[in-house]
Design a protein around this ligand. Structure first.
Ligand SMILES: [Zn+2]
Length: 270
């Protein structure tokens, strides 16, 4: 790779201190995916790049690249600071969790358009309070799972093909619906105290789908991203179910947990 200078728009998904004066930023951009850049003097209030070197800032960055592992920030101008994300500690942890999921679902040189737009839309919604925080978080998680290739099939039971049933569950590990009768006769019916598993030994997780939740889950995936939050769940139990389902689904497929999410739940319950 040759030495080059370029500019791009990117979101700061991590900032780490580097020595006394500098920062190491992890940026997420549509074209270049996730990459690190050293911001010299970024801790100094007098440095004009300082406002663009904070977590969750969306900015234009001028970068000097001397090798694939060596990039320096030349200058930067903030496009959207999303300062409202730091308004309270719960929101800050939620913003950090969204950034952590972006870290997980992106890589160097992999175009990151979908997950980047999803994060930006979610930050925008959080700073404008356009929907309950639990709904914004759930919609982010459900679409993030789809971005990562785990889009569930929600039109029929994945075992018998029934489109109508007395009740449906979300079969988390297999990414689809399962009707009550298939769920009742399948591996989930294991004796009490045992962890039910499928034929491959995978732990079975069936989550009940009630009220408006199935319609909301379909809606979130079917509409363009700009409309993904344009629905309202009037019953608080539905919102609570949606929140639980989307979080469980994403974490099960990523196969990891996040400290930011743990702290978010801790402060949200205070
Ligand atoms: Zn079935």
């Amino acid at each position: 790779m040759s030495v080059r200078d370029y500019s791009l728009n990117a979101l700061v998904i991590r900032e780490l201190p580097l020595g006394d004066n500098d920062k190491l930023l992890t940026l997420l951009s549509e074209e270049a995916g996730r990459f690190n850049v050293i911001a010299k003097g970024a801790k100094s209030l007098k440095n004009p790049v300082m406002p663009a070197c904070r977590a969750f800032v969306w900015a234009n960055y001028e970068i000097h690249e001397s090798s694939a592992d060596s990039r320096w920030l030349r200058s930067a101008s903030v496009i959207e600071p999303f300062t409202g994300l730091c308004a309270d500690i719960g929101r800050l942890y939620l913003a950090q969790y969204i950034a952590d999921v972006c870290m997980e679902l992106s890589g160097p040189g992999e175009p990151a358009g979908d997950i980047l737009r999803l994060a930006l839309n979610s930050y925008f919604a959080l700073t404008r309070d356009i929907r309950p925080e639990a709904q914004i978080k759930a919609v982010f998680e459900w679409r993030a799972a789809a971005c990562s290739g785990y889009s569930p099939e929600l039109s029929r039971c994945r075992v018998c093909g029934a489109e109508r049933a007395e009740a449906f569950y979300l079969d988390v590990m297999n990414g689809g619906l399962i009707c009550a009768s298939c769920a009742g006769s399948g591996p989930a019916a294991a004796a009490e105290g045992e962890v039910p598993t499928d034929a491959f030994g995978t732990r079975t997780v069936y989550l009940p789908l009630r009220g408006q939740v199935p319609a909301a889950l379909r809606y979130i995936l079917e509409v363009p991203m700009k409309s993904m939050l344009s629905f309202e769940l009037r019953d608080p139990d539905d919102l609570s179910d949606l929140a639980g389902i989307c979080e469980t689904y994403l974490l099960s497929h990523l196969g990891t947990g996040f400290n930011s999410l743990k702290y978010y739940h801790e402060v949200s319950q205070l």
